[in-house]
Structures are given as structure tokens and as C-alpha cells.
Design a binder for this molecule. Structure first.
Ligand SMILES: [Zn+2]
Length: 328
């Protein structure tokens, strides 16, 4: 298996090559939007070399003794998006690790994604807190350029936190705005490969990690949503989620959600099966065994992550943190 760093290099190369082939059209001022591969990779040796915060596990990015805003203990967050996962699929599979996580956290089985209920638009809202009419990410393939609004990764990076994205679909690179993600890994092929790479990053240390698992969506498109094959995939994906849950430290909050559901072979109709997604949070400061009654939108995920990390999104974001999930 290639190392995460090799994959980052390959992805950066492919992004640059694709940019060269297309002339950079369609992505705005592409000269300023090219992946800053050098920037990402230059940062890594510093992080590899005895970051005092990484060593002691606090990982708040501040030097020891710094009494600035980053000095107070912050939580860490792993945000896991299971592409195309309906809430009822978790029960029918069953997804034992994910349901056990919900039992020790707060959860909604009625959370709603945005319109259109499609992968890139939805993840754009999930990670930024802005609706599609603001972020404008209405396509679903890889194109040169990046989301034109800040994401929660922008806020985390500005606060000096270590940020990681490990994704299974290449179009999500458009959410890794240069200078906001310390390590970006595109891990194609299977959820197992994504999680293998995520576990490398768990070992290296992080404050915010986004993990995107594509296979439930692929099996829905190939075999029908809620088919035996797709439900078997949900169980398989759940086993890989369990590997992450076993590897992370107790001070990490886990949020598990999805970008959309699905029915038949698609997920872009106006049926509730396409819009309704699971939303689970568990970790320090999260209520235990609590079914959330307030409406939860995928727009609220970025604000919830920002709340846990104690970083600030721009005031014009629409999403709000899911207050009911917290003990105070
Ligand atoms: Zn999707």
C-alpha cells in the first residue's frame, strides 16, 4: 500500500496535471487556487518532529505555556460521512458499532440534507455551513478550483489546529482549500483503504479529521438502496468505522452522518428517503443515550464541529451547532 504522503503527492500531481490540461477554466482565478502541494508537504516534517502538543496528546497546536486563545483544552473531532447511508439501513444491516456509538451519544434519525441531495453539494454544506445557493457547488465531479466560501477546516487551520481529510471520492478535493488542510488523502477503491489511511493519520495526530466512506453509495447505485448487497456493505463499512473508534483517544468526539440517503438506484428525487440522514455525536460533553428532538440539518454539522473545537465560523453561516446534543 502506498503511504498517505505518497498519495498526497500523487493527488497533487494529478490536480496540477488536470489543471494544465484544462487551462484552469471553470475554477475562477485558478492561478491562486491550485493545490498548494508544497505548502502541505512542507508543514509535515515540523509536525513529525516532536510537536509538544502532539506528544502529550492535547494537540491544540499551541506551544507549551502559551496562554493565548488556543491554550485552553480543546476537543478533537473525527467527522465520518458514510456516503448514501440511510438511517434505517443502520438498523437493518445492522451497523453494530455505529449503533453502539449512538447509544453512548446523541443521535437523530431524522436529520435532513440539502437540496440537491447529491454528494459534492451536500458535503460542501456539511463542511461549510452554507447552503448551495451561497457556496454554489452544484456539480458532482472533480473540477479545478475550490469551494468559494470558508469551511470549518479554514477556521480550524486559522486557530493553529492540525487538520486532515481522507476521502474516497476525488471530487471532494474541491473542499480542501489550499492552506486549510494539513494532510489531504484521496484513497480510492474501498472503505477499507480509506480507513487504512485514516488510521495512519490517527497515529500521526490530528485535531480535526474528516473521513469519507464511499462504498454504501456505490452499492446503492449498483444494487438498489436497502438491497441485501447494500445492507451487507453497511455492515462491512460499520466494521471499518469500528477500527477508527477503537484507535482514537477518549478525548475525541465522533460525529457520524451522511450526505444523502437513496431509494431504488438513485438519491436525487424529492422523496424523504433521499433527504433523511443519520446524525450521531458521541464524546466528551455530549449527552449520553439522547435522541435529539430539535431539527438537525447537514448545514449544522460544520457549526457543531466548530463548537467542539472552539473555533469560529464566519457570522454569515446558516448552520448552527446542535445545541441539544451537548450537556451544557
Ligand atoms: Zn453521495
Amino acid at each position: 500500500m502506498r503511504s498517505a504522503r505518497q498519495i498526497v503527492r500523487v493527488c497533487a500531481f494529478l490536480a496540477l496535471a488536470a489543471h494544465a490540461c484544462t487551462g484552469g477554466g471553470g475554477g475562477g482565478d485558478a492561478s491562486t487556487q491550485l493545490p498548494d502541494a508544497g505548502g502541505e508537504l512542507v508543514r509535515e516534517p515540523t509536525l513529525d518532529a516532536a510537536d509538544p502538543d502532539s506528544a502529550d496528546g492535547t494537540g491544540d497546536g499551541s506551544p507549551a505555556g502559551d496562554l493565548g486563545p488556543a491554550a485552553r483544552p480543546r476537543g478533537k473531532v473525527v467527522l465520518i460521512s458514510i456516503d448514501g447511508c440511510r438511517p434505517d439501513a443502520l438498523f437493518q444491516a445492522p451497523a453494530k458499532n455505529i449503533l453502539a456509538l449512538a447509544a453512548r451519544g446523541s443521535f437523530s434519525w431524522q436529520a435532513q440534507t440539502i437540496n440537491p441531495s447529491i454528494t459534492l453539494p451536500s458535503h460542501s454544506s456539511m463542511l461549510s455551513g452554507y447552503p448551495p445557493e451561497v457556496h454554489g457547488m452544484l456539480w458532482n465531479d472533480w473540477r479545478p478550483g475550490y469551494i468559494p466560501v470558508p469551511t470549518v477546516f479554514s477556521a480550524a487551520q486559522a486557530a493553529g489546529l492540525r487538520t486532515v481529510m481522507v476521502v474516497g471520492k476525488e471530487e471532494l478535493q474541491q473542499l480542501a482549500i489550499p492552506g486549510t488542510v494539513d494532510t489531504y488523502v484521496f484513497a480510492p477503491g474501498a472503505d477499507e483503504n480509506v480507513v487504512d489511511n485514516a488510521l495512519v493519520e490517527v497515529q500521526r495526530g490530528f485535531d480535526l479529521m474528516f473521513v469519507h466512506l464511499p462504498m454504501v453509495d456505490y452499492q446503492g447505485h449498483l444494487n438498489n438502496w436497502m438491497s441485501d448487497v447494500q445492507l451487507q456493505q453497511v455492515a462491512e463499512t460499520d466494521r471499518h468505522v469500528g477500527r477508527i473508534l477503537n484507535a482514537i483517544s477518549p478525548d475525541t468526539t465522533v460525529i457520524i452522518t451522511a450526505d444523502h440517503g437513496g431509494h431504488g438506484y438513485i438519491h436525487w428525487s424529492d422523496l424523504p428517503e433521499d433527504y433523511t440522514i443519520p446524525w450521531i455525536a458521541a464524546g466528551p460533553g455530549i449527552r449520553v443515550g439522547h435522541q435529539i428532538t430539535q431539527p438537525v440539518r447537514t448545514l449544522d454539522t460544520a457549526a457543531t464541529v466548530a463548537h467542539i473545537l472552539d473555533v469560529r465560523l464566519r457570522s454569515d453561516t446558516i448552520g448552527r451547532h446542535v445545541q441539544e446534543a451537548f450537556t451544557k
